[in-house]
Ligand binder design. Structure first.
Ligand code: FPP
Length: 272
């Protein structure tokens, strides 16, 4: 049963956001939303601007999305900012620009994160990032470390396959230090506990902008049962209202986790 349509709208939402929020069931909001931010380059190209102008415009989309997610009390939001592949396959000048943009974002945004009670975290091979960026990241994490609201995780130099490799390596190292391979016990729980996301629930919803239908090496293990929402909106045009549209679509879906739907009368039966 869905709750009434008269639930209270959280403060800070604009009129369009409030309109969509009123149609949502606040008891069934996703606990963790992951977003693949895509389309910055195309946004810039359409305007005959350099690609980096799209990245710069993407920061406003990050700001709006993060604030709206926090205002409606989503417990966790994870943004795919830079993949490991981004480093290898993009010109150094674009990578440098993205690094500087990230540094500036962290410095400028900490007060807003604190105002919204948001705690910042990171996933990815951080030790491979430039030293000054790592320092700024550490500072921003510390500066928001006391916040108890939404956890905002930035995936930086992230690859899901590398994350799994790192998880297997850490399980092996732990076993080697605790009596050898005979003590190695691997099951799903053990893999989950060794991922970068060990402190987060698996995402219920993954959003991808700019119309592409790919996971692009993002949270492959954790997205096993996530609902996928793809919007044609390019990332720099994405705002809180689009996030709410994605959540509305999510609430229309029936999540089965491999089971049958209730109409079939066998909710517990396994379906392969
Ligand atoms: C994808 O667009 C976007 C990126 C690789 C970078 C994401 C960066 C931002 C949104 C801005 C800064 C982020 C933070 C957290 C401060 P693309 O360049 O692949 O677009 P295209 O597919 O249209 O070329």
């Amino acid at each position: 049963m869905t709750s009434t349509l008269h639930h209270k709208v959280p403060s800070g939402l604009d009129q369009k956001e409030a309109e969509i929020y009123r149609r949502l069931d606040p008891a069934r909001l996703p606990k963790h939303i992951a977003i693949i931010m895509d389309g910055n380059g195309r946004w810039a190209k359409r305007r005959h601007m350099p690609r980096v102008a799209g990245h710069r415009a993407g920061v406003a989309a990050v700001r709006s999305t993060v604030e709206t997610a926090a205002r409606i009390h989503i417990p966790a939001l994870t943004l795919y900012a830079f993949s490991e592949e981004n480093w290898k396959k993009r010109p150094a000048s674009e990578v440098d620009f993205l690094m500087r943009l990230l540094s500036r974002y962290l410095k400028a945004e900490v007060p807003t994160l604190n105002k919204n009670n948001i705690r910042l975290e990171y996933i990815g091979r951080q030790h491979e990032l430039p030293g000054d960026v790592q320092e700024r990241m550490g500072w921003a994490r510390e500066a928001t470390g006391q916040n108890s609201g939404m956890v905002l995780t930035l995936a930086l130099n992230y690859s899901a396959r590398s994350e799994l490799v790192d998880a297997f390596r850490s399980m092996l190292e732990a076993a080697a230090q605790n009596g050898g391979l005979g003590h190695l016990h691997i099951d799903e729980e053990a893999v989950s506990r060794n991922l970068y996301t060990r402190n987060l629930p698996d995402p219920d919803l993954v959003v991808r902008t700019s119309g592409e239908m790919r996971l692009s090496n993002f949270l492959l293990w954790q997205l096993a049962y996530a609902e996928i929402y793809v919007t044609p909106t390019l990332w720099p045009d994405f705002r809180g209202v689009h996030l709410l549209e994605g959540i509305a679509e999510y609430q229309k879906r029936e999540r089965r986790y491999g089971g049958l739907n209730h109409a079939d009368g066998h909710p517990a039966a396994a379906k392969v």
